[in-house]
Design a protein around this ligand. Structure first.
Ligand SMILES: Cc1ncc(COP(=O)(O)O)c(C=O)c1O
Length: 267
C-alpha cells in the first residue's frame, strides 16, 4: 500500500483481503494491515482486528454486524462504495458491472453514512492507466463527495499499473495533487498490487506428454491453469511462452497448452 500526502513519510501499512494476508503483513512486514474483504467470517474477525489499522466493509450490513466490536478499538472503519464506472471490459473482472457484489451503491447511502465510518474505498481498476483512474475518480466524486466532510481517508484501491512501460506517472501525481488540493483533510491511500510484482518472474514448466486429437496437438504441462494461472481462464489472458510466437505461424509446429489436472479446460 502507498499513501499520498505531500511531504509526509510513507507509513508502514499493507493491504490485506483475508485473515491470513493480514497476518502475513503483521508478522512478516511488522506493521498493521489495511484490510478489506467482501464479507468477514464471525470467527475470524477478532484476529483480523488484531492485525489491522483500518478495516473496510463491503456493505452497510457488514459494518453494522461488526461496529460494536470496533467501538473499543483504535481501528479506522471504512466502507467500500461502487462508483458504477469502470473501463474494465470483461464483466467477470469488472467490479462496477451491473449486479456486482462489490461495494455499496450511492442510492444505499441516501440516509447518510453511519457514524463511525471514517473512510470510503473504491476499486474498479485492473491493470489500468492514470487516465482510467481520472474517469473513475470523477464518477466517485460525483456520487460520493457529499460525504467527504465526514471522512478522514479515501482509498483508491488497486489496479494502478504504475510500473508498466509508458504509464504516465506525472499524470498520476498531478491527479493526486489536485485531489489533495480539493480535499486537504483526506488521506489518500492507493493499493497497487500487481504493479509491485509486474514482470518479476516466470512460471517454469515441463512438457509431460503431447496428445494428438484430430491434428490438434496439446502439450501436457506439469502446471495447473486453475491453480497457477487463473487469469488465463477468467480474463482470459494468453500466457507468453519464452521462445514461442504468440500466434500460429505457417510451417512451424503449433501446440495447445494443457494442464495436467483432469478437470481443467484447455486454453
Ligand atoms: C481491495 C484490493 N486492493 C488491492 C488489490 C490489488 O489490485 P491490483 O493487483 O490489481 O493492483 C486488490 C486485488 O484484487 C484488491 O481486491
Amino acid at each position: 500500500m502507498a499513501r499520498f500526502s505531500a511531504g509526509a513519510p510513507i507509513p508502514q501499512r499493507g493491504p490485506a483481503s483475508s485473515l491470513y494476508e493480514a497476518r502475513l503483513i503483521y508478522e512478516e512486514m511488522g506493521c498493521k494491515a489495511h484490510t478489506y474483504a467482501p464479507a468477514y467470517l464471525p470467527g475470524d474477525f477478532e484476529e483480523i482486528m488484531r492485525y489491522s489499522s483500518h478495516i473496510t466493509f463491503n456493505s452497510l450490513t457488514q459494518y453494522q454486524r461488526y461496529a460494536r466490536q470496533l467501538e473499543e478499538s483504535a481501528i479506522s472503519a471504512g466502507l467500500r462504495v461502487n462508483p458504477e464506472y469502470s473501463e474494465v471490459e470483461v464483466d467477470l473482472y469488472n467490479p462496477a458491472a451491473p449486479g456486482s457484489r462489490l461495494g455499496e451503491l450511492s442510492q444505499a447511502l441516501e440516509g447518510g453514512l453511519p457514524d463511525g465510518i471514517e473512510g470510503l474505498h473504491f476499486h474498479t481498476l485492473c491493470e489500468s492507466s492514470s487516465f482510467d483512474l481520472e474517469k473513475v475518480l470523477a464518477a466517485f466524486e460525483a456520487k460520493f463527495s457529499r460525504y467527504f466532510t465526514q471522512l478522514k481517508w479515501v482509498n483508491f484501491g488497486g489496479g494502478h499499473l504504475m510500473t508498466r512501460k509508458g504509464y504516465d506517472t506525472d499524470h498520476l501525481i498531478a491527479l493526486l495533487k489536485s485531489f489533495r488540493r480539493r480535499y486537504p483533510h483526506l488521506e489518500v491511500i492507493l493499493e497497487p498490487g500487481s504493479a509491485i510484482a509486474w514482470e518479476t518472474g516466470v512460471l517454469v514448466s515441463t512438457v509431460l506428454d503431447i496428445v494428438d486429437n484430430h491434428g490438434v496437438k496439446t502439450a501436457i504441462l506439469n502446471v495447473s491453469f486453475t491453480a497457477h494461472m487463473p487469469d488465463t481462464l477468467e480474463m482470459p489472458y494468453r500466457p507468453r511462452i519464452t521462445g514461442a510466437d504468440a500466434v500460429p505461424q505457417a510451417g512451424k509446429p503449433c501446440y495447445r497448452m494443457g494442464g495436467y489436472l483432469a478437470w481443467q479446460v484447455i486454453i
